[in-house]
Design a protein. Sequence first.
Length: 137
Amino acid sequence: MITALDHIAIAVPELETAVARFLGDFGLQYDGDEVVEAEKTATAFFSVPATHIELVAPLEGTGPIASYLEKRGGGLHHLCFRTDDIDADVVRLRDKGYQFIGDNPSPGAHGARVIFIHPKSCGGVLIELSQPAEGVA
Ligand code: CO
């Protein structure tokens, strides 16, 4: 029985820049790093509160997910960070040089306002910011 999402692993060229992003830019709680000698791998961990898994599929055979599947096949598509002030975070991250897909947040699932950071400005990872609708946890 699966009880929790333990972690999501992102391959990065080196830890320092990526740690700065997730700690400094996204403000996640840094739990430290560890070398796994046997795997010739350096790791760093961050804690995030309980999360969800979202499956995303093309609607009526078109749209961004259809293009994604055509180009890259299925797999990990994006990480979504919840925010309590999406407009402020967009301004803050734009100032740091992040490029967003679209100018402003748009409607997402569950009435949330969402916007995506272009993977080109985020180490190849598509990041979504989501501000839940009032009253939705
Ligand atoms: Co999403």
